[in-house]
Design a protein around this ligand. Structure first.
Ligand SMILES: *[C@@H]1O[C@H](CO)[C@@H](O)[C@H](O)[C@H]1NC(C)=O
Ligand SMILES: *[C@@H]1O[C@H](CO)[C@@H](O)[C@H](O)[C@H]1NC(C)=O
Ligand SMILES: *[C@@H]1O[C@H](CO)[C@@H](O)[C@H](O)[C@H]1NC(C)=O
Ligand SMILES: *[C@@H]1O[C@H](CO)[C@@H](O)[C@H](O)[C@H]1NC(C)=O
Ligand SMILES: *[C@@H]1O[C@H](CO)[C@@H](O)[C@H](O)[C@H]1NC(C)=O
Ligand SMILES: *[C@@H]1O[C@H](CO)[C@@H](O)[C@H](O)[C@H]1NC(C)=O
Ligand SMILES: *[C@@H]1O[C@H](CO)[C@@H](O)[C@H](O)[C@H]1NC(C)=O
Ligand SMILES: CC(=O)N[C@H]1CO[C@H](CO)[C@@H](O)[C@@H]1O
Length: 571
């Protein structure tokens, strides 16, 4: 359980014996083969018994993050916020919300993370601020330069009735415009009403956001994940967006419009480039500051504008438990082939996040390990959502229990289609009160009732567990065969996908059975791998024992199982 590496002094070796310390990756290329662990602070660990996760809680569990082999943790927003949208409505970009602690707690977290060899990445929410932000209050009063920090437009008067300036819809449903009586104008909110869109056509606002990035970089953070950057700019003509022919959605649903004037405008790339420059300014002599971006199109442009990780959401958005082996192969090949030819650009694979159902829900319990295997065996950056390393499940919510504003707004008949609460329940550390998440038995979201048997403590002492599979995968990821090896994707049979990495004489072969029943095939021939390989890791329900030898000319993979085979040098 201890991962001991390069320690120079006897003292640090002693500390390492009792602590899980990652091999610290340093230099310009540190991120290229990294494992990024996404922490949802509200649900990770509560240190003060108020039922809400906090920074000191995260600090107390950093060893777990180092233990599973992560290189970096990315924190969902911790900034001051009325928590209408749980931190995605920022009221002060340079302070920590009282729910989560203080700036001093943050500094302690960073110091401890650095000690453990972990990098710290913050969420940056540039698309909008809370309407409780000082800037918004000053903007309402037309105080310069704040008057231009948000998108304000006059009403359109139709037959004497005040109407929003155009037909734009909010992502959560309904008009994207909200009337402000004090300023006598509408302001734009592409998300919820309390989340006012910032105006990036204001130079003063752009400088303000740079100050925010500098503030955190000066506190030693290693980079940012930039939230829904595709919504940063709107077309200045403010024309109506065309309707799409969608019959089964309410007419004020976001999906009913074609968002040609509000999404993915080219100006985004200039802002991103300016943030890249700023970040590079802080890493002239240090490790690269990483920028991860959430965007839905044209990821080549994001690479070229300075994003190290334009999130690849294929496992979440494009593939599901009905997808075939061929679907996976096609999409993996497409992504790899579309990365612009530049050694600075590496692939990335997102297994899950706080906005989507968990991997174990999307693909089913038996296939929960499969995505972690793909994300770690494929080249590049793996992005894991907290809890996926132990195969946590979604929790089923009633409408009355629902907290996520998107779920609440959708109403009792549709909340289950929109709410993100199911994947945000507290982390299941052990079988004590509230799964060890909190000393209180009243937590901000209920703990999943399966925590007595599904928790980290039990998986640490069980011979075969998601935790152990995950840990062995992250160990493998650090080997040259994953870091530098070649990649080949093969359809072994209609239902069997093979991913092969080779480096010198080392071979890693991930074999996935997409059928519900077992499949036997000649993997040796189709994948061109050695006749004898060793089971390095296998999905929890597969019954293929790690360490056993496999004859690849007649390999049998149980239904829905996946297995990582390697040459003996890698075991
Ligand atoms: C944000 O919080 C910091 C630290 O508490 C404070 O100094 C600053 O004035 C606040 N900024 C705004 C815009 O409210
Ligand atoms: C929407 O449907 C109408 C009538 O069925 C059709 O004329 C129009 O071309 C369709 N628009 C799109 C964008 O498909
Ligand atoms: C980079 O740093 C220098 C000196 O610290 C500063 O003058 C310059 O404005 C910075 N550039 C950016 C893009 O932040
Ligand atoms: C497939 O996923 C859906 C949800 O996306 C789920 O309802 C269904 O149970 C899953 N099927 C299996 C076999 O896991
Ligand atoms: C989840 O809850 C809803 C509403 O209470 C119920 O209709 C549904 O059957 C439940 N699903 C599962 C998998 O328990
Ligand atoms: C709780 O977990 C501990 C080990 O972490 C185990 O010894 C104990 O039996 C478990 N209790 C129950 C009720 O499952
Ligand atoms: C929660 O804790 C309180 C106080 O310790 C206790 O009285 C109560 O029975 C507990 N409730 C549950 C559901 O465990
Ligand atoms: C709109 C927004 O808030 N962008 C991020 C930007 O805001 C939404 C709200 O979640 C967040 O969910 C997004 O993640």
């Amino acid at each position: 359980m201890f991962r001991l590496y390069i320690f120079i002094t006897a003292l640090t070796t002693l500390i390492a014996l009792t602590t899980s310390i990652s091999i610290k990756k340093t230099g310009k290329n540190w991120y290229k083969n990294s494992l990024v662990y996404h922490v949802y602070p509200r649900s990770f660990k509560d240190s003060n018994g108020d039922g809400i996760g906090d920074l000191n809680g995260i600090t107390s569990k950093l060893e777990h993050i180092a233990d599973i082999g992560a290189d970096a943790l990315w924190l969902s927003p911790i900034y001051t916020s009325p928590q209408f949208d749980f931190g995605y409505d920022v009221a002060n970009y340079t302070d920590v919300d009282k729910d989560y602690g203080t700036l001093a707690d943050f500094d302690k977290l960073v110091a401890r993370a650095k000690f453990l060899g972990l990098k710290v990445i913050l969420d940056f929410v540039p698309n909008h601020s809370s309407h409780e932000h000082e800037w918004f209050k000053k903007s309402v009063q037309r105080i310069k330069p704040y008057d231009e920090y948000y998108i304000w437009r006059d009403a359109k008067i139709v037959n004497g009735i005040r109407k929003p300036p155009n037909n734009w819809l909010s992502v959560v449903r309904g008009s994207a415009w909200e009337w402000n009586e004090a300023r006598k104008q509408y302001y734009l909110h592409q998300f919820n009403i309390p989340q006012a869109d910032l105006n990036y056509r204001s130079a003063a606002l752009q400088q303000e956001m740079k100050n925010v990035l500098n503030f955190w970089l000066n506190r030693d953070v290693d980079g940012f994940r930039i939230d829904t950057i595709s919504h940063l700019f709107e077309d200045v003509r403010f024309l109506d967006e065309p309707r799409r022919n969608i019959s089964d959605s309410p007419e004020d649903d976001y999906e009913t419009l074609d968002h040609i004037y509000t999404r993915n405008l080219l100006e985004i790339y200039d802002v991103l480039k300016s943030w890249r420059k700023l970040a590079d300014n802080h890493s002239k002599t240090a490790d690269t500051k990483i920028i991860l971006t959430e965007a839905d199109t044209d990821f080549a442009m994001y690479y070229e504008s300075g994003s190290n990780v334009p999130f690849n959401f294929m496992f979440i958005l494009d593939l599901n438990n009905k997808s075939s082996a061929a679907d996976f192969k096609r999409l993996i090949d497409r992504w790899m082939n579309n990365i612009p030819d530049n050694p600075a650009y590496v692939a990335n694979w997102v297994v899950g996040n706080h906005d989507n159902h968990r991997a174990a829900f999307r693909f089913g319990e038996k296939r929960a390990d499969q995505l972690s295997m793909l994300a770690t065996v494929l080249p590049g950056v793996s992005v894991i959502y907290n809890g996926d390393e132990i195969g946590m499940h979604d929790r089923n919510f009633t409408y009355e229990e629902t907290k996520d504003p998107i779920g609440c707004i959708a109403g009792p008949n549709r909340y289950h289609l929109k709410s993100r609460d199911p994947e945000r329940t507290p982390f299941q550390w052990d079988n004590s009160t509230s799964a060890g998440f909190s000393a209180s038995n009243r937590t901000w979201l209920p703990v999943n009732s399966n925590y007595g048997t599904l928790n980290l403590a039990v998986q640490r002492i069980t011979a075969v567990s998601h935790y152990k599979v995950f840990k062995s995968l992250s160990r493998l990821k650090r080997r040259p065969v994953i870091e530098q090896g070649s990649l080949q994707t093969v359809l072994v049979t209609e239902n069997m996908l093979g991913i092969i990495r080779r480096h010198g004489a080392s071979v890693v072969a991930l074999v996935i059975n997409f059928a519900d029943t077992s499949v036997t095939a000649d993997a040796r021939t189709w994948m061109n791998i050695p006749e004898q390989l060793i089971v390095y890791a296998s999905s929890v329900h597969s019954k293929l024992l790690a360490g056993s030898r496999i004859d690849t000319t007649r390999i049998t993979i149980p239904g829905s199982a996946s297995v990582v085979l390697t040459t003996a040098d890698l075991v």
